[in-house]
Write a protein that binds this ligand. Structure first.
Ligand SMILES: [Zn+2]
Length: 173
């Protein structure tokens, strides 16, 4: 079972890399049913400019289309990051049995356990967090530190440019 978990989380990580390629926050998800991946998704919020373009939503939509059903009992979902409340809602709506996630949401904005056990829609979801946790969280922290680094460089370049323009103006006066 542990091997299975790792295998599918690695597939979710592969999806997250596709997000990363597009310059998006690297979050990926797969839906697994009877030992097969039936839906894949990755964060596409920037590209689509849609608030709902989260990895889990895309993976669940793909899985529903594949099975021709909005209900996915017996299915499991693997996500690289602890889901937000919208995606937990979709997981419950799709009657998915079990959620595995990798990295924990750091800012305490998730209500994963509360929503999983609230018996909304007469359905509860089993949750296991921390699957390949380090790999999943490193991907996200690396993304943000790269972004900060790029932003810093951009600001420094801007400062240098401004200083040069300032100098040129002074020389003319
Ligand atoms: Zn979400």
């Amino acid at each position: 079972m542990t091997e299975e978990k790792i295998k599918y989380m690695k597939k979710a990580i592969a999806c997250a890399r596709r997000a990363l390629k597009g310059g998006e926050v690297p979050i990926g998800a797969v839906v697994v049913y009877e030992g097969k991946v039936i839906g894949r998704g990755y964060n596409r919020r920037l590209k689509t400019q849609l608030a709902s373009a989260h990895a889990e939503m895309m993976a669940i939509d793909a899985a529903c289309r594949k099975l021709g059903s909005w209900r996915l009992p017996g299915a499991e979902i693997y996500v690289t990051l602890e889901p937000c409340p919208m995606c937990m809602g979709a997981i419950l709506n799709a009657r998915i049995d079990k959620l595995y996630f990798g990295a924990y949401e750091q800012k305490g904005r998730s209500f994963t356990d509360e929503l999983a056990n609230a018996n909304l829609l007469n359905h509860t979801v089993a949750v296991e967090g921390g699957v390949l946790r380090e790999e999943c969280s490193a991907m996200i922290t690396d993304f943000f530190s790269d972004m900060r680094e790029r932003e810093k460089r951009r600001k420094e370049e801007e400062k240098t440019r401004n200083a040069r323009e300032e100098n040129e103006r002074e020389e003319k006066e």
